[in-house]
Design a protein around this ligand. Structure first.
Ligand SMILES: C[S@@+](CC[C@H](N)C(=O)[O-])C[C@H]1O[C@@H](n2cnc3c(N)ncnc32)[C@H](O)[C@@H]1O
Length: 148
C-alpha cells in the first residue's frame, strides 16, 4: 500500500544547515513560523488557546535510511525505531513546540528543531492528560547514552 499525503503548510525556521539545527525542540528556544496554507486555515479555530502543539512533518532533506543508526546522542548503534534519527523509512518528524501567537494562518512558535521549508503534515494539541507519562517510564539507551 502506498499512502499519498499533501502538506497542510510549511515551517519557516532560521536553520538552513542540518548540523546547526537543534536536535530536539525541548532544547531549543529558537523562534519559527508555521504557515498553514489558506485552504486549511479554518482548521486553526481555537488553536490560539493552546500553549503547546505537536507538529508532524516530513524530514524533506533526508534521503535514504538505515535500520541501524548511530543517533546524535550516542556512539553505539540502535534500531532506527528506537531513535528519533531523521533518516527513516518514512521520514516523519514530531516536535512539541510552544505556541506564542496566531495571526490568521501564521503561527509563531518557540522551540524550532527543523530546517527552513520543512513540509508540515499535521498539527495536534499537546494535552498533558493524553501525552504526559510519568509512571513506569523506561528510556532504554537514552539513560546510558554517551552524549548529553
Ligand atoms: C534528531 S531530529 C529530531 C526531530 C524531531 N523532534 C523528532 O523527534 O522527530 C532533529 C534533526 O533532524 C535534522 N533535520 C531537521 N529538519 C530536517 C528536515 N526538514 N530534513 C532533514 N533533516 C532535518 C537536523 O539535523 C536536526 O538536528
Amino acid at each position: 500500500m502506498e499512502i499519498m499525503m499533501r502538506p497542510i503548510g510549511v515551517i519557516h525556521s532560521p536553520f538552513t544547515e542540518k548540523d546547526q539545527t537543534p536536535i530536539q525542540s525541548v532544547r531549543s528556544q529558537v523562534i519559527g513560523l508555521v504557515e498553514v496554507y489558506p485552504e486549511f486555515a479554518d482548521g486553526l479555530k481555537d488553536i490560539e488557546d493552546l500553549s503547546h502543539i505537536h507538529l508532524l512533518y516530513i524530514f524533506h532533506a533526508s534521503s535514504g535510511y538505515s535500520l541501524h543508526v548511530k543517533p546524535f546522542l550516542d556512539d553505539l548503534e540502535h534500531g532506527i525505531f528506537a531513535t528519533r534519527y531523521p533518516y527513516r523509512p518514512n521520514p516523519i518528524g514530531i516536535s512539541t513546540v510552544r505556541l506564542i501567537t496566531r495571526q490568521e494562518n501564521m503561527l509563531t512558535i518557540e522551540g524550532v528543531d527543523v530546517l527552513d521549508g520543512t513540509p508540515l503534515l499535521d498539527i495536534k494539541p499537546y494535552v498533558p492528560d493524553f501525552d504526559l507519562r510519568t509512571e513506569d517510564v523506561r528510556v532504554g539507551w537514552y539513560e546510558t547514552r554517551s552524549k548529553k
